[in-house]
Design a protein around this ligand. Structure first.
Ligand code: SAH
Length: 478
């Protein structure tokens, strides 16, 4: 076989990036856009020893697991890898990905996994779930201003009037901005020449509060006739904050350092509510009435799927098994979302996070929620906790944790952090993870050092992509 050869193949499986996998003449092919069960015509794009890559030219016989993508540009846009796959099958795939990693990397037996793995938590309505969108601005081939998304692995803007993962207001906001740009002669920024003014539009919405925030990322200090822009946007229901972010650097980073408020408040507010799974009908989560509120600025980190975040954190809280008496460490705490959520049910929570601005947000959020049983520290988790342990050995009164919660970035926990966790020996460890491979590696370490794997639950935070979050409970065995 050689490049551009075509062949007919039946897709037998799906890979970790949502691509179809099929075999032809003893070779395994990875084929983007193909769905398990499809019979397709494929064209070879790359050959390696024993395997290769191909593109899908035509679906000859569609799989019963294939669905019409809800979004017209699903294939060109890099955002969703699996919109053509039935949602229940997406969830099965994610569950399997977690299970495979736990077995392969974590070394856990199938028998144990059978016992500890709980059903993946999906969304009832897996669209319009994102509370944040960042649209690049450009021109289409007719010279018309367009907002959209970068095509996969490129910086070409694909016009998308309405991304179905985002909120409905996005379309209205963008059309108001476009009208303003046309009226006031504002040009989209061009990455190649460095000319043009408007780079990106950042939109955030508080799902509970209904508040909207618009931040225009500008290649300069100001926009012409800002009053026209404000006029256009402020009439939109829920508009709460309009600002510009100054980014004149030739960089891939979307946001620059400086934000200037044009209208309204500098932040929007949103709540994270505790929810509980209805035991009679699995999959349904009901609000309990308990909540914590958060202030979100254009630059704050905040989970992007608020509906699933509530489920994830509520499960983390359930796994933590708090009675009000516990000392809890929340490592990699960000703006303190989990810390504050846990603090309602704990004696004291100590949060650690490396980004100083996030800790400033966390402290403000603690004040706003009238919580005085949380303390936040800036620093690397592995360094801060080791220092705590060392000082405890020298001084009396510093209490060790009953529960440790960790929510590290994709690369997982630093080994030194795991070592210290094992050394302080909390009764329970709750591990929230966005990467089941590094999760499995870290769990292996913890299990080799006196912890037992009790519960694992995947949560679908990013429907139609292959990403999957997980919450895990470990308890001290000896
Ligand atoms: N629990 C938070 C944030 C989780 S994201 C939430 O749900 O909102 C992971 C966080 O870990 C990020 O905020 C990142 O800045 C932080 N981080 C990365 N490396 C770290 C380290 N070595 N020590 C402490 N925090 C770190």
């Amino acid at each position: 076989m050689k490049k551009n050869d075509t062949f007919v193949v039946t897709i037998e499986d799906m890979g970790v990036n949502g691509e179809g996998i099929g075999k032809y003449e003893g070779m395994t092919f990875f084929i983007k856009d193909a769905v398990v069960g499809d019979e397709i015509l494929a064209g070879v794009t790359k050959l390696k020893k024993g395997y290769g890559y191909a593109r899908m030219i035509e679906v000859l016989r569609p799989s019963d697991r294939r669905v019409e993508p809800a979004c017209a540009v699903a294939r060109q846009c890099g955002g969703c890898q699996m919109q053509t796959l039935r949602y229940d099958v997406q969830l099965q795939l994610k569950e399997r990905k977690v299970r495979d990693n736990l077995r392969r990397i974590g070394g856990f037996s199938e028998e144990l996994l059978q016992r500890v793995m709980e059903p993946v938590v999906g969304m009832e309505e897996p669209f319009r779930y994102r509370n944040k969108a960042q649209f690049p601005v450009g021109y289409d081939k007719n010279g018309e201003i367009v907002f959209g998304f970068y095509a996969a692995r490129s910086h070409r803007v694909i016009p998308v009037d309405d991304c179905l993962l985002g909120v409905e207001e996005n379309g209205l906001i963008l059309s108001q901005i476009k009208e303003y740009m046309q009226q006031c002669g504002v040009k989209p920024y061009d990455e190649v020449t460095g000319k043009g003014l408007l780079r990106h539009v950042l939109i955030r919405k508080g799902f509970h509060s209904g508040q909207l925030m618009v931040c225009l990322v500008v290649n300069g200090k100001e926009l012409p006739q800002e009053d026209v822009l404000i006029e256009n946007l402020q009439s939109i229901e829920g508009m709460h904050s309009i600002s510009i972010n100054i980014n004149t650097a030739n960089t891939n980073r979307i946001l620059g350092d400086e934000v200037r408020l044009l209208w309204g408040e500098p932040c929007i507010t949103d709540d994270i509510c505790r929810v509980q799974e209805e035991k009679t009908y699995s999959g349904q989560f009901i609000a309990t009435g308990e909540k914590v509120s958060f202030e979100i600025s254009p630059k704050s980190f905040y989970q992007v799927n608020p509906v699933q975040t509530e489920k994830l954190y509520s499960l983390a809280l359930e796994y933590a098994g708090l009675t009000g008496e516990e000392i809890v460490w929340d490592l990699y705490c960000g703006i303190g979302t989990i810390s504050l959520f846990l603090a309602k049910a704990a004696k004291h929570v100590y949060g650690v996070e490396i980004v100083p601005e996030a800790i400033a947000d966390a402290r403000r959020n603690a004040l706003n929620n009238h919580m005085d049983n949380v303390t936040f520290y800036v620093g690397k988790a592995e360094e801060v906790v080791t220092a705590w342990v060392e000082s405890r050995e020298n001084s009396e009164g510093c209490t060790s944790p009953d529960v440790i919660v960790v929510d590290p970035p994709r690369k997982g926990c630093d080994e030194k952090c795991l070592q210290t966790m094992v050394q302080v020996a909390p009764k329970r460890i709750v591990y929230v993870s966005c990467d089941s491979a590094t999760l499995s590696r870290d769990l292996k370490y913890l299990v080799e050092h006196g912890y037992g794997l009790e519960r694992v639950r995947p949560v679908d935070q990013f429907c139609h992509s292959m990403h999957v979050e997980c919450v895990v409970l470990l308890t001290k065995t000896s």
